[in-house]
Design a protein around this ligand. Sequence first.
Ligand code: HMG
Ligand code: MG
Length: 300
Amino acid sequence: MAFPKHVRLFEMGARDGLQNESGPVIDTAIKVELINQLSDTGLTHIEAASFVSPKWVPQMGDASAVMAGITRKSGITYSALTPNLKGLEGAIAAGVDEVAVFGAASEAFTQKNINCSIKESLERFAPVIEMAKEHNIRVRGYVSTVMGCPYDGDIDPAQVAAVSRDLMDMGCYEISLGDTIGAGTPLKAKRMLEAVAKQVPVANLAAHFHDTYGQALANLYAVVEEGVAVIDASVAGLGGCPYAKGASGNVATEDVLYMLNGLGIETGVDLQKLAQTGHWITAQLGRSSGSKVALALGCK
Ligand code: HMG
Ligand code: MG
């Protein structure tokens, strides 16, 4: 398989990034400004919010206000997580362009994250996907813990493939494969992808790798080499999952972009602007960017 000519970057900073911030809830105005700055970098897909229970994830409690506050740019898809019908109703009212349901390949993680079994989660997603369709809203499906679970340990790639296939069959247009705790290595990533690709076309798969063990770029290279052309990443490497203890952020978008630029793969995203946004948001959070590329480029 040859490298794709173009990769679509799906920016996670405002959702996966900020959902895991400890301490006081970040001001809505800061989230809005982050999304507005990201909208000016050439990104076409921005996960902007999460319509989940604020008791479970307090940082995402202002999802509606965030959606109302941003300046929408044409050509950009602003998406949000919707674990159930209540979440979807909120997302529709807020005018979200695209929604996502999120399951996992591990039973224990599914319980901790969304309080049900894998089977129950799929039953819960079915009406969400149906209702989204009625509103002409596309649904993305996440599968977490594809290369390891903080509770169940190793995950059988066949289980990742089975859940991915179920979500695809239910009507998701794309499956994002989440290495939630960043435990994967390139060979593991290739094996996992091979198993999933037997059930879901590679053209419908995205890689969503966290960088806890510093392997995310290597793992991305491994799957992009196999034809994966959608990559989820977080500006400045923000984030983590509140229900995966110790998991650090997604791979930094700037680092992915630098690698893709080096491979001659188009994204349409401006590295300098993105790095600047990463410096800005991390300054708001009182620390420096988690992107090595952004640090190397410096602040201009
Ligand atoms: P539950 O407690 O089983 O739900 O939670 P429930 O239906 O019994 O409702 C309990 C309360 O929550 C009720 O309120 C509901 O109204 C409210 P109360 O009567 O107690 O006042 N509620 C809601 N409020 C707002 N929006 C909603 C909503 N639903 C119920 N949508 C539930 C089930 C799914 C809601 C809960 O477990 C939850 O919100 N979990 C979210 C966890 C989460 O957001 N995790 C992080 C995102 S996933 C991730 O980061 C991984 C990913 O990045 C990929 C990867 O890295 O692997 C995607
Ligand atoms: Mg994630």
